[in-house]
Design a protein around this ligand. Structure first.
Ligand SMILES: NC(=O)c1ccc[n+]([C@@H]2O[C@H](COP(=O)([O-])OP(=O)(O)OC[C@H]3O[C@@H](n4cnc5c(N)ncnc54)[C@H](OP(=O)(O)O)[C@@H]3O)[C@@H](O)[C@H]2O)c1
Length: 281
């Protein structure tokens, strides 16, 4: 058994690589930058360059293991399904890969937009699979404004969000990639509590020993704010829409899939900040 981790330099794959290393399971990371991207075994791989897709399969593992499972992370692709589905075909038909675990998002639906058609393919072709549906990542974004302006700007109003840690996403991915029996279902990966950005600001104020404020912006102000820091108009609208949906309560998911899969409670935001304090200081 060997595991291929696409998005190998990303937050979840790096935690996943540490878990695989501890379990003595061979793995290979991918990066558009190739082997120089990491001190761990890494191959050059770019979703937008099909000539790089076979690199992983010619990698020689220490005991000649074959890649049996792949962690699929689409990065910033605008339309991931056509590319990822083509890669799944290649990996399965040409190289005998049996299992695929897709890192998607909380709003993904089988057959729906963005990752939905990948989920549909895995299901309909009866491949061994799991779809991970994490909520918003703990600590994602807002770094600069927290660090330099003691402020979180958002259009989330009082919307509640079950922020999830990259560690918990990796722990669920680890089980679903390596358990003898395939899970063949989706899991929502949620933190243990629903939090508003007012509450996040309160918690950060305590842990960082300085007053952090959540400034509630209108959708128009938020779009302009994103544009002011250089985001293209379509991304500014997309990210603002996610925040508006959260303001409307549409990200307030509830569930205990992390504990179901890993046997452990998910990490709290307080524990996350204690562990990662330096990024805001
Ligand atoms: N952030 C959130 O709040 C949130 C919420 C729900 C779901 N998600 C899901 O989580 C994913 C992000 O996971 P993450 O945080 O672990 O990753 P990340 O830290 O954002 O890193 C992205 C990874 O994708 C790779 N990548 C980017 N473009 C690529 C391309 N064209 N070809 C190949 N690789 C490419 C990058 O590798 P190189 O630059 O080294 O090539 C990097 O390793 C998102 O794609 C989304 O599906 C995120």
């Amino acid at each position: 058994m060997a595991i291929l981790l696409t998005g190998g330099t990303g937050k979840t794959s790096l935690h996943l690589a540490a878990l695989l290393q501890q379990a003595n399971i061979p793995f290979l990371l991918t990066s558009r930058r190739g082997p120089s991207a990491s001190s761990l075994p890494t191959v050059k791989f770019d979703w937008n360059d099909e000539t790089t897709w076979t690199n992983a399969f010619s990698h020689r593992f220490p005991r000649s293991e074959k890649i049996t499972a792949i962690y699929l992370l689409s990065g910033e692709l605008a339309e991931p399904a056509p590319l990822l589905n083509k890669f799944i075909d290649l990996a399965h038909s040409e190289y005998g890969v049996k299992r695929f675990v897709l890192c998607s998002g909380s709003t993904a639906e089988m057959g729906g937009p963005y990752h939905g058609k990948i989920w549909q393919k895995l299901y309909e072709e009866k491949l061994e699979y799991c779809v991970l549906r994490p909520s918003w990542f703990m600590g994602q974004g807002h770094f600069e404004t927290i660090k330099y302006k003691n402020t979180i700007f958002s259009a989330c109003a009082d919307g509640k969000i079950p922020f999830a840690s990259a560690e918990d996403i990796a722990r669920v991915a680890f089980h679903t990639l390596t358990d003898a029996t395939p899970h063949n279902r989706s899991y929502r990966i949620l933190g243990p509590e629903l939090l508003t950005y007012d509450q996040i600001a309160e918690k950060l104020s305590i842990h960082l020993s300085k007053k952090i404020t959540h400034v509630k912006l209108s959708p128009e102000e938020r779009i302009q704010g994103f544009k002011d820091v250089g985001l293209p108009p379509h991304m500014s609208s997309f990210l603002t829409n996610l925040e508006i949906m959260a303001a409307e309560g549409k990200e307030a998911w509830d569930g205990n899939d992390v504990q179901l899969v890993t046997g452990r409670k998910p990490m709290s935001f307080d524990a996350f900040v204690q562990k990662n304090k330096q990024v805001w200081e």
